[in-house]
Design a protein around this ligand. Sequence first.
Ligand SMILES: [Fe+2]
Ligand SMILES: [Fe+2]
Length: 265
Amino acid sequence: MKTIAHLSDLHFGRTDAKVVTALLADLHRHKPDLVIISGDLTQRARSHQFAEARVFLSRLPAPVLVVPGNHDLSPLYRPLARLFQPRAKFHLNLPGHDPMPVWQDDHLVAVGLDSTRSLRWKSGALKSAHLEHLEQTLAHTPHGAARLVFLHHPPSTAKSGHPYEVLVDHGIDLVLTGHVHNAHVELISGIHGHSLVLVQASTACSTRLREDANGYCLIRLDAGHMEVGVQGWGGESFHPVRHHWFEKRAGIWRVAPHPSSLMHY
Ligand SMILES: [Fe+2]
Ligand SMILES: [Fe+2]
């Protein structure tokens, strides 16, 4: 069983230093196998903001995968860069971080999709090219491995491209998103009876709060069991806010009222 820490919307340039320190401490305490960050690492894609993000990434206790968010593209007040080189700062400042990263071992395949669009700042899009990349990657997935996709924009904001439910029909077990700064966990069904779990994280450490406190998610999963724990900021430290459990029966994810006996604590 893998433990994944899902962080989103760090927004370096608008962070609370006390929250950043506590977040790193909480991550070191929980020792995830993998850290996934679903975009908006910076506030305005400035070099010094990416430098702060880079330091944060270097202090994480596990390998980290990131995708860009809309705030990581060149800003609107630099229209030429925004149109012609929107991800230049991301590439320059996060060397070694592919904006469509893939993690694969015998138990898990995680595929990052870059949902940002220069002209669709708020909604993002999931395009045919994303699905082709996903299909090519999944073609080499070990049988029985859990399948995870992460991207910045959640289904509720999508206004173009493919509906995100199409990911259900690609056999995806878990989708991780951010962007709306509000933690939300939901079972999503596809048209052919399959299902996946959507996990949307709040902003991990920025002062750009909306309806939710700072938080992140701790996910434990294998091919048939999943626990999603929401960790929230309490003023001094992060603490568990709520848990959701899911089980996969006959190939379909369902809500489980209690943790499975297979989940050892
Ligand atoms: Fe954000
Ligand atoms: Fe965003």
